[in-house]
Design a protein around this ligand. Structure first.
Ligand SMILES: Nc1ncnc2c1ncn2[C@@H]1O[C@H](COP(=O)(O)OP(=O)(O)OP(=O)(O)O)[C@@H](O)[C@H]1O
Length: 212
């Protein structure tokens, strides 16, 4: 079977979510193939973060189906396939940068041939190995979460506002990481308000609007 006939890495059909009977989004239909990015665009409150949390399995959809590699996205498949970069850093404040990465690799595994020390250098944090997470700036924290992402073995990246808090060099770093990940056969969903940079890769668009 050639990759042209492989099922999408991620497919959502009729996906909808509401809170207290108020619709937040949907029904949405979209798919992302290996080697592609899906830009999830929408203004504040449009439901982008909520969608990523539903895809990551942190919230339950009201209706619809999510398939990963052509199979229903149950918990074990999600855990193996998805790396979720929240807009919150989710770091252990009293552990060092390197300890945070070691801890997260212990929880989620890591790509072969990638080690935490190298990942720190790749994201521009060489020399910060022993700095406590709480002593890092917002942009440095973001870079540390990018190092974690880089170490993840998961093919499907869910990136919530990956450019937030980053300087120009950091934005280019995200774009290079996404390009390399897609070249390796991965895929990425990237939320954006539309005003940010977007990765220069093969992209699909999903435009979300605040539910009426
Ligand atoms: N924990 C929560 N409890 C109640 N309502 C929430 C909660 N989180 C989000 N919402 C509401 O759900 C809607 C969608 O929010 P969401 O964070 O998904 O939007 P977004 O598109 O990511 O916005 P932004 O661009 O501002 O980050 C908003 O109306 C928001 O107020």
């Amino acid at each position: 079977m050639t990759s042209d006939h492989a099922p999408p890495l991620l497919q959502a059909r009729g996906l909808s979510f509401s809170r207290n009977d108020e619709p937040v989004f949907g029904p949405l239909d979209f798919s992302v193939n290996a080697g592609e990015a899906l830009l999830v665009q929408g203004g504040n409150g449009a439901g982008k973060t909520t969608l990523l949390r539903v895809l990551a399995g942190l919230l339950r959809a009201d209706e619809g189906e999510i398939d990963i590699d052509g199979q229903p996205a149950q918990a074990a498949r999600r855990a193996r396939a998805i790396a979720y970069l929240s807009h919150l850093p989710g770091l252990k404040a009293d552990l060092s940068a390197l300890e945070n990465l070691d801890f997260l690799c212990g929880l989620h595994g890591r790509r072969r041939a990638q080690v935490p020390g190298n990942a720190l250098a790749i994201v521009g944090l060489a020399g910060y190995e022993d700095a406590l997470a709480r002593q890092l700036s917002a942009g440095q924290k973001k870079r540390l979460t990018l190092a974690r992402l880089w170490l993840s073995p998961a093919p499907l990246w869910l990136l919530d506002e990956p450019y937030a808090n980053l300087d120009l060099e950091g934005i280019e770093l995200v774009n290079r990481m996404v390009q390399a990940h897609l070249r390796d056969g991965g895929a990425a969903l990237v939320t954006t308000h539309g005003a940010y940079a977007a990765p220069p890769v093969r992209t699909r668009m999903l435009v979300m609007e605040k539910a009426a």
